[in-house]
Design a protein around this ligand. Structure first.
Ligand SMILES: NC(=O)c1ccc[n+]([C@@H]2O[C@H](COP(=O)([O-])OP(=O)(O)OC[C@H]3O[C@@H](n4cnc5c(N)ncnc54)[C@H](O)[C@@H]3O)[C@@H](O)[C@H]2O)c1
Length: 255
């Protein structure tokens, strides 16, 4: 165990939970924050049963007071923060641009884009105060190429890419690196639910990735821990694509 402190926003399930466990394996004490009390507590139980140390804070990533509460908890419990994954996000129902309701757009933006900004606003000063560290914002390949029927989500994720670059420049000489990870499909609850209900889509989804499969949550988590580590000490403002070749896959050749 080191004296390094990590925070995972949306650490109660899927990629966030895997990231909590990967940070713990790398020696961090971990603040787990999630809107889902049961999920967040479940992650903390898992962490502690694997000899890890951490706390759980119930928080909505789209709410200022909740983000302040998370930062206060990190400050009160550990007095420092060194590594962060801002991982929670919210899409809309799948539908064309013309059919998205205004409140659906606002809810998606409120968590997926504004939530990341709120996190940066309160995390950056504490990391700087702690002597430096790194933030990884989880974006998506959808934020790079767009996504039909998930336009609000794709626009929000695109915003996360540019917001992260602004933060990276503002804090480059202040000891905080800021990067994003752009996953393709990940084998977590939402994707599993979708494939269970739309089994006819399974082959198409798998084949959308050059490797012919989804990422396991641990494969994204490992990339987060790498970007937060000293091995990535000269990497900032970078968008790391972790997508099994989804962006580069040829639609012409059936490889
Ligand atoms: N699953 C995919 O195929 C996929 C693909 C590309 C990008 N991503 C991105 O990866 C990240 C993780 O996705 P996942 O599939 O592991 O998610 P998940 O649904 O498995 O877990 C998300 C966690 O975030 C929590 N959460 C949701 N809204 C929150 C909020 N407002 N405040 C705090 N916590 C909240 C949930 O309770 C849950 O514990 C997201 O940013 C997602 O957009 C996922």
């Amino acid at each position: 165990m080191t004296d390094k402190i990590a925070l995972v926003m949306g650490g109660g399930a899927g990629t966030g939970r895997a990231t909590v466990m990967a940070f713990a394996a790398a020696g961090y004490q971990v603040v787990v924050a999630d809107i889902n009390e049961e999920g967040g507590q479940g992650t903390l139980d898992l962490l502690q049963s694997s000899d890890g140390e951490g706390i759980f804070v119930h928080a909505n990533m789209g709410n200022t007071e909740d983000i302040r509460k998370v930062i206060q908890a990190a400050r009160d419990t550990y007095g420092a923060l060194h590594a962060v994954s801002n991982n929670a996000a919210l899409g809309t129902p799948n539908k064309p641009i013309t059919e998205i309701e205004e409140d659906e757009w606002d809810r998606c933006m409120g968590v997926t884009l504004k939530g990341v900004w709120l996190c940066l606003k309160y995390q950056l000063p504490l990391i700087e105060e702690s002597g430096g560290g790194a933030i990884v914002n989880i974006a998506s390949v959808s934020g790079m190429r767009g996504e039909a029927h998930q336009s609000a989500y794709a626009a929000a994720k695109g915003g996360v890419l540019t917001l992260s670059k602004a933060a990276a420049v503002e804090y480059a000489k202040r000891g905080v690196r800021v990067n994003t990870i752009c996953p393709g499909g990940i084998n977590t609850g939402g994707m599993q639910f979708y494939l269970k209900n739309m089994p006819e889509m399974r082959d198409k989804v798998m084949n959308a990735h050059a490797m012919g499969r989804l990422a396991e949550a641990e494969e994204i988590a490992d990339a987060v821990v790498f970007l937060c580590s000293e091995n990535a000490s000269f990497i900032t403002g970078h968008d790391l694509v972790v997508d099994g070749g989804a962006l580069i896959r040829s639609n012409v050749l059936d490889l």
